[in-house]
Write a protein that binds this ligand. Sequence first.
Ligand SMILES: Nc1nc2c(ncn2[C@@H]2O[C@H](COP(=O)(O)OP(=O)(O)O)[C@@H](O)[C@H]2O)c(=O)[nH]1
Ligand SMILES: [Mg+2]
Length: 419
Amino acid sequence: MFSAYNNKQPISEINPKNATDDFKEKHPAKTNFEILYDDYVKKHNQVVAELLNSTSRHDSTSLPKVVVVKPSMRTGYGNRFPILTCGFLYSLVTDRLFFIDGYQNFEDYFEKDFNHDWEPVAKLYENSTAKYLHNGNGNNEFALITRGDLSSAEVNSSTILYVKSWDYACTPLTSNPHYQEWFTKMIPDYKVFATISSKLLRLRENIDEQAKNFASSNFSDYNMGVHLRTKKSTKKMVIPVEHYCQAVRMILLGKKENSVSIFVAADTNQGRDNLVDCLHHFLSHNDNSVKVVYVDNNMSVKNPLTHNPGNEKNALVDMKLLSLCDDLVITYGSSFGFVAAGWSDREVSRPCGPFVLMPITNSTQDLTAVDKVWVWGASSNEPCMYLSKSLLRKEDAETVKTFKNNPLWMHYSQCHWPV
Ligand SMILES: Nc1nc2c(ncn2[C@@H]2O[C@H](COP(=O)(O)OP(=O)(O)O)[C@@H](O)[C@H]2O)c(=O)[nH]1
Ligand SMILES: [Mg+2]
């Protein structure tokens, strides 16, 4: 039996329902979420230390219940960040411990307030019961997540809840009637990704400093970030680089700030050069206080494991710099820009979401002949959930209806390629 954490008794400090107002009084400057997080960290460290130091044999029924995220290390940050965030959200609302399975070099890039590495404890759980909330793209417990109780006796009969996905797949939880009170108390603005990632996905100081130093030398009174993603399967569609430039010019109209920086991040050197040239050309007649800036990454190198362009550290610096911008222009179908938008320090308050550039049919005759919207403004900075399209298509009517109670359901559903 573990003193701080056992199966039958939720820990009062962690359990949001009991997060005492008394505690809040002692920490008036902290949000409820910050109090919850600090409590979680303390308990996690204590319980895991007890688990690992205990000499007694562990009976699998008395082990603390856990959520274990299995991120795919072959994907990019646009896929890894969302599912890590989801796993932590599930662990908070169910009062379970949180672990990540298979992210060996996490601490090379991120600060760690508690050790969430599954490896040291996994052996103890070898005989434990388990259930997948998400098991790859096609298998998701969406009805349960959208309108069920994740702490019901049935779910609780599984000691481990596995979370394996490439998506921001936990979004339907924000529609779930069982958790309205929790969100209202803990994340009242419903910026779930921004709130959780600001704790769980904090850059290590040396990387954060690199981004901040670049910003302090290159950013201006007003900054617009542009993310150009060219190397994705786009079903014979393209986004002309001129569309990015026109979108930038449109957003700049009426901006009153004295100095403006356009920060460019791209997945290829060529794409970045084309965009920078085009921006210079477009903006030359406008306002000579506008400067175009970028980190001079070599995007033609490939990550040997993920085959993504560039390297992981530079990706994080580009993403952080995008997140610091006042407005964003991003590429449809690329999670990198959407996640940058959500990965925002609270002090950057973009009231609306990013502007999203849509692909058009590749016509060699006239690339700019467009018969549909090619740029739109997202209503939120939360990342997209491409699986919401399959939720809407495949789940039962009650689940779909409940999911649509979330006023952002359309935002989540229109931001990515159908799967
Ligand atoms: N440094 C840098 N890396 C990028 C950029 N765009 C894409 N990448 C790399 O390519 C990966 C793409 O994967 P992901 O983040 O999932 O975005 P998606 O594939 O566009 O949906 C990123 O995680 C980065 O490693 C960029 O603008 N700058
Ligand atoms: Mg991706």
